[in-house]
Ligand binder design. Structure first.
Ligand code: FES
Length: 164
């Protein structure tokens, strides 16, 4: 049988448990504050980086005129563009069907869309739907380095020709 009573005037031993709990709470608090600060800094840094879509340039070179032999029709699949070197000069017509965006193919003198059967004449004008708008023509120019340059932001009329 033990005596649990502390005699009057003696120093009672302090239990260690409350200090450990306090220390643990302090560490957990510091970790929480650190995580919140890190999250805030990450959000701040991300805010400083602009949201930009890096798309290919809409004005690009396609090579020197000599690459396109006289009378040739050249399809540039990565640019979705036909380049013509006609008797009266160079011109370019988009291969993007104005119905739902498939690539039109050369068919006879004009173009045919394999997806839903639209047909366009040699100038890209609609001959048969479902497409209702003509194929786009884009400006061609000659760079100072003698390269043909297409500008997709500069639509032109079917009378456009570049003499190079
Ligand atoms: S996408 Fe060309 S006809 Fe529909």
């Amino acid at each position: 049988m033990t005596n649990d009573r502390v005699p009057p005037g003696s120093v009672a031993e302090k239990p260690e448990r409350p200090d450990r709990v306090r220390r643990s709470m302090f560490v957990i608090g510091c970790i929480g504050i650190g995580a919140a600060t890190a999250g805030f800094l990450a959000a701040t840094v991300r805010f400083l980086v602009p949201n930009v879509l890096y798309e290919p340039s809409r004005r690009f070179g396609i090579g020197p005129p000599t690459v396109f032999p006289p009378g040739a029709v050249t399809f540039l699949p990565d640019r979705r563009l036909y380049v013509f070197n006609g008797a009266d000069g160079f011109y370019s017509i988009s291969s993007v069907c104005t119905h739902l965006g498939c690539n039109v193919k050369r068919g006879g003198p004009g173009f045919e869309c394999p997806c839903h059967g639209s047909q366009f004449d040699e100038n890209g004008q609609v001959v048969q739907g479902p497409a209702t708008k003509a194929l786009a023509w884009y400006a061609l120019s000659l760079s100072p380095h003698a390269q043909l340059v297409v500008d997709l932001d500069q639509p032109v009329n079917p009378e456009f020709r570049l003499r190079a």
